[in-house]
Design a protein around this ligand. Structure first.
Ligand code: 13P
Ligand code: SF4
Length: 310
């Protein structure tokens, strides 16, 4: 790409020329968030993908998110700036192993977190995100046993919140696992008025000291409406961009990882760059494609989620 090219202007032109919409997750780099038509959490992004009338959906996020958009809008071209932008949590549940696990519990229904592959979605009864998981679990009759996959931390948190005894798949997110209780506690001692706000993908010990727990959208809303002036943010750092933009007078401190070599940036999310976003719009690739039978099987549990969360 010509270094003199104004990528922001070029992306705006391509949006108009191609009737394309850019959807971005809060964990994307700030430039990508600034050029997006919609920024949101996983639920908001899937709702946008289901209702847009654009011809092209450019998904600035990770593979399972773009795949969900394609499942919901098959007639649209769905582009992902870097096809290698995966997810450690989604990778922790290979469909063939998960099928064997599920078959051990024939009386259970499967609720899967949206951070999973289309193969796992096709083996699930209902999908949920971190913002609607409680509502989804509560929509299931109390005597109905449940398998929850793939995130064991979100699963353990939901067991505590709902009182439901769910069987958990043993997966986790590499970013939310690296936060250190000890370092957050020390940081909190230096900032006694700061509120600790955490994503439910964090480990139980970290969640136990949080003042508020929620999806990225819920954390952003909380940081805006709460009176506190300082927040220790225990999730991927990308969310700090909107927090700071919406609340210029407040202070947002990213929670520290457990060692100096660890990092609370998601290496998958951060594979996307503004330049790759421009190139994928210009050349209309890499494109998400999927076998139709898999798409139809994966669509059913996502539609159930969208109906319950409407
Ligand atoms: P939400 O934005 O839905 O809270 O999800 C967080 C996440 O880890 C996405 O990969
Ligand atoms: Fe996956 Fe975690 Fe990255 Fe989200 S932050 S995309 S759950 S690895």
């Amino acid at each position: 790409v010509d270094p003199a090219l104004d990528l922001f202007a070029a992306i705006e032109n391509l949006k108009k020329e191609k009737n394309a919409i850019v959807l971005a997750h809060y964990y994307q780099e700030p430039d990508i968030q600034d050029v997006a038509d919609y920024i949101g959490d996983s639920l908001g992004l899937s709702q946008q993908a289901a209702k847009t009338d654009a011809d092209i959906i450019v998904f600035a996020g990770v593979h399972f998110m773009a795949e969900t958009a394609k499942i919901l809008s098959p007639q649209k071209k769905v582009l992902l700036p870097d096809l290698k932008a995966g997810c450690s949590l989604a990778d922790s549940a290979p469909p063939e192993l998960f099928k064997k696990f599920r078959d051990k519990y024939p009386d259970h229904i499967v609720i899967s977190y949206i951070n999973c592959s289309a193969g796992i979605k096709a083996l699930s009864d209902i999908i949920c995100t971190s913002s609607n998981a409680e509502k989804i679990i509560e929509s299931v009759p109390k005597d109905q046993p449940i398998i929850f996959a793939p995130d064991r931390n979100l699963g353990a948190y939901l067991i505590k919140k709902t009182g439901r005894d769910m069987v958990l798949w043993n997966g986790a997110c590499m970013v939310h696992e690296i936060f250190s209780l000890e370092k957050i506690t020390r940081l909190k001692m230096r900032h006694p008025k700061a509120k600790v706000i955490a994503h439910p993908e964090c480990e139980p010990a970290v969640l136990a000291i949080a003042d508020f727990i929620g999806s990225t959208t819920a954390l952003l809303k909380f940081s805006t409406k709460d009176d506190a002036q300082e927040f220790i943010v225990v999730t991927e750092t990308g969310i700090l961009h909107q927090m700071q933009k919406d609340n210029p007078a407040k202070t947002f401190i990213p929670a520290p990882p457990n060692n100096a070599c660890a990092c609370n940036d998601c290496p998958h999310m951060k594979l996307n760059t503004l330049e790759k976003l421009y190139l994928c719009m210009e050349y209309e690739q890499p494109e998400i494609t999927m076998e139709e039978s898999l798409r139809i099987a994966a669509k059913k549990p996502i539609e159930r989620m969208l109906e319950i969360s409407a």
